[in-house]
Design a protein around this ligand. Structure first.
Ligand code: GFB
Length: 309
């Protein structure tokens, strides 16, 4: 059976992929198997496995505050990872590659009055991203440009997907480098154990669409088997599932049993709003149902308490 390599296989989404029933022969690789910022190590993986397909979940990524402090390293690492994976996918004649963009790479509305909400796949490159993560955003935009160029010059089926903010078990729960939901879950559990308030960074007014890692994993396999277009595809719950950080914090506080939620407005809120539409996904995969956020947050809190305390 043909090999399908999953880079970033030990991360949050890779771990969710392992739980999905599929006939595909998925081989999960992590940074322990190869440093994908190294051309030499990347080529050795392709030489050894000669894969038919690649799902590239590998990235140096993190939340707002990691992006604010470490943008240069994020830029270098993600440019290297993505160009190496596409270069050797081409040289070793891989039939299909999925690379990941992110909704945070979309244009920042305050700088782009010509961009209208909800944003769609055609908006990815139509204006500068939010300054807070522009290094990561431009690095990620390059994998979209490069995938399209391999298609144009060599007719390669290299596609990209664009998830919204992802959360779930096996996430990075570090308060300094992680995303908002794992950060809030970790802080809420410790607040509960110490009978203290849950401190939310910023005002809580920013708005996000969140996708559960288990839902994303199913959609990635669906895309591998069904989606072959040049244009990226947004993988997100509906635009009216958009939720404020304040609402998320209050749901997490209720699940964990924290009585008080306080806001530390000395922290930046980052990008305020970047609503995207999932119209394209729903037109191609109408039967897909996203897990309700309260259920997915409950499962993630349970996982965190069982595995990280
Ligand atoms: O997930 P996050 O860190 O990044 O969310 P982005 C940041 C939002 O959550 C800001 C608030 O409005 C923060 O003020 N927030 C509240 C917190 N408490 C916390 C906390 O304890 N930790 C964190 N991290 N935030 C990301 C990009 O942007 O979007 C990534 O930086 C990625 O690269 C992702 O692409 C999709 O959602 O702002």
């Amino acid at each position: 059976m043909d090999n399908l390599l999953v880079f970033g296989g030990s991360g949050m989404v890779g771990s969710a992929l392992k739980e999905v029933d599929t006939d595909l022969n998925l081989i999960f690789l992590s940074s322990k198997d190869a440093d994908l910022t190294s051309e030499k190590e990347t080529e050795k993986i392709f030489k050894d496995f000669k894969p038919k397909g690649v799902i590239n979940l590998a990235a140096n990524c993190g939340g707002l505050y990691k992006n604010l402090d470490h943008g240069i390293q994020l830029f270098h690492d993600n440019i290297a990872i993505n160009s190496n994976v596409l270069k050797y996918s081409y040289e070793y004649n891989v039939e299909k590659v999925i690379s990941c963009l992110s909704v945070c790479i979309f244009p920042e509305l305050e700088e782009c009055p010509w961009v209208k909400l909800p944003m769609s796949e055609k908006d990815v490159h139509s204006g500068p991203p939010h300054f807070s993560n522009n290094c990561y955003a431009y690095a990620k935009r390059m994998v979209d440009i490069l995938s399209k160029k391999y298609r144009y010059l060599y007719d390669k089926n290299f596609i990209t997907i664009t998830p919204t903010n992802i959360f779930g078990p096996f996430d990075n729960f570090s308060e300094n480098t992680g995303h908002v939901i794992p950060g809030l879950i970790k802080k809420a559990v410790f607040a509960k154990n110490n009978d203290s308030p849950l401190f939310v960074k910023g005002t809580g007014s920013s708005l996000r669409q969140f996708i559960y890692s288990k839902d994303l994993a199913k959609l990635i396999l669906w895309a591998y088997e069904n989606y072959n277009d040049e244009e990226t595809i947004i993988l997100s719950p509906d635009e009216n599932d958009e939720i404020s950080i304040k609402e998320v914090a209050e749901i997490i506080a209720e699940i964990v049993g924290v009585k008080e939620v306080l806001y530390d407005t000395s922290f930046s809120d980052g990008q305020y709003k970047r609503t995207v539409t999932n119209k394209k996904l729903k037109s191609l995969h109408s039967k897909f149902n996203f897990t309700p956020i309260k259920t997915s947050l409950e499962e993630t809190v349970d996982w965190f308490i069982k595995n990280k305390i």
